[in-house]
Ligand binder design. Structure first.
Ligand SMILES: [Zn+2]
Length: 310
C-alpha cells in the first residue's frame, strides 16, 4: 500500500511528496515486527533504488513467507533524485543534516520530522547510501562508536564486506541514523558502490543480507543465505591515499584486494606532456576498500583508503 509520509504544496500547484510502500503479511497479528528500507536522502546516490526494487520483487514472489511489515522509502529527497542533486534543490540543503526536523519549521524540516515520526518504533531501519561519483566503495556499514554495542551484531548479519566503526563524518548528529539510534530505533547506515550509478552485484548482495536480517527479526520465514563474515575496524587502522600532483589517475589494481606496503595502486599522469607525475604506492599492508573511480585528480584528492592488516 503506497502511503504519503510527508507532503507540502510547491509554488506552482505541484506537490513535494515523500512516499513509502508498506508491505504487510497476510496474517492479522497486531504485534508484527517492522523493518524500514530507506534511501534517496542524497539525490545523486542511486544504488539503493535497485535494492528497493529487488527487495519488493522477492517479497512479491513469496508473500506467504512474510510475517511482518516491510516499509520501503525510495526517496527521502524526491526533488534531489529527480534532478540528480545531492541536496534539496534550490535550498542547497543536505537532507541528512536536518534531523530530527521540526513540524513547525520549513518544508524540509517538517518533512524530516514526519519521516522520524513514521519510522520511530520500527525494529530495524536500513539507510542505504552510495559513494559520490569520484570513489567506489565496497558494501559496508558505518556505525557511530557510541552505538557499536547495539548495532554491530545486526550489521554482521547484513552480508556486507566491511563494518567501519567511526567517530565522526557520515555518522554525526543531525543525520537520520543518529536521530533514530538516539531514540531507541536501531538504524544501520549502508554505504556502497559509486554515485549516480547502480552496481547490481552489490545490490543483490545487500538484498540477500536484508532477508537474513528479516529472518532474524521474525519478519520473514523463507530461505536465506548465510551472510559473509565482514571485516570490522575502527578509525585507527585506516590509511588515506591522497594525490601528490594534479593530473589523471589511472589505477592498476582491482578494488577490494589485499595490497602490500609499497605496492603500486596506480599512476598520476599528465596527458599534455606525457609525463608520469606520480606512482601512487600503498603506505601500508592491508585491504584496499575505497578506490578512485573518477580519473581527474587535484593535489590532495582522495585516491583510495586502505585498512591496515597483516
Ligand atoms: Zn549519502
Amino acid at each position: 500500500m503506497i502511503e504519503k509520509v510527508a507532503s507540502s504544496m510547491l509554488p506552482v500547484d505541484e506537490e513535494f511528496r515523500i512516499q513509502k510502500n508498506s508491505i504487510h503479511s497476510q496474517a492479522s497479528d497486531a504485534n508484527q515486527k517492522r523493518i524500514c528500507i530507506v534511501t534517496g536522502t542524497h539525490g545523486d546516490e542511486l544504488e539503493g533504488q535497485y535494492v528497493c526494487y529487488e527487495v519488493q520483487r522477492r517479497l512479491q514472489e513469496n508473500l506467504q513467507h512474510l510475517k511482518g511489515i516491510v516499509d520501503i522509502y525510495p526517496a527521502l529527497n524526491p526533488l534531489g533524485v529527480d534532478t540528480i542533486t545531492r541536496g534539496v534543490p534550490k535550498f542547497d540543503l543536505d537532507m541528512n543534516r536536518i534531523f530530527p526536523g521540526n513540524t513547525e519549521g520549513t518544508m524540509v524540516e517538517y518533512a524530516a520530522a514526519k519521516i522520524i515520526e513514521d519510522m520511530s518504533g520500527a525494529d530495524m531501519v536500513i539507510d542505504i547510501h552510495a559513494s559520490n561519483i569520484f570513489l567506489k566503495e565496497i558494501p559496508q556499514v558505518r556505525i557511530n562508536e557510541m552505538c557499536q554495542e547495539t548495532l554491530v551484531p545486526y550489521a554482521k548479519r547484513l552480508n556486507i564486506d566491511y563494518i567501519w566503526i567511526h567517530s565522526a563524518a557520515t555518522v554525526l548528529e543531525s543525520t537520520l541514523a543518529h536521530s533514530l539510534n538516539m531514540t531507541g530505533t536501531p538504524c544501520l547506515v549502508v554505504e556502497m558502490g559509486v554515485g549516480m550509478r547502480i552496481t547490481r552485484e552489490y545490490g543483490n548482495q545487500l538484498t540477500d543480507g536484508i532477508f537474513t536480517l528479516m529472518k532474524d527479526l521474525g519478519i520473514w520465514d523463507g530461505p536465506v543465505t548465510e551472510p559473509k563474515e565482514p571485516i570490522v575496524s575502527t578509525d585507527g587502522n585506516v590509511s588515506y591515499l591522497n594525490a601528490a600532483y594534479s593530473g589523471i589517475f589511472v589505477s592498476c589494481v582491482e578494488h577490494w584486494i589485499n595490497v602490500k606496503k609499497g605496492e603500486k595502486i596506480g599512476e598520476i599522469v599528465d596527458p599534455l606532456t606525457g609525463a608520469l607525475l606520480e606512482e601512487v604506492l600503498s603506505p601500508v599492508t592491508g585491504v584496499l576498500f575505497t578506490l578512485r573511480e573518477y580519473p581527474v585528480v587535484y593535489e590532495g584528492s582522495l585516491v583510495g583508503r586502505i585498512l591496515e592488516r597483516d
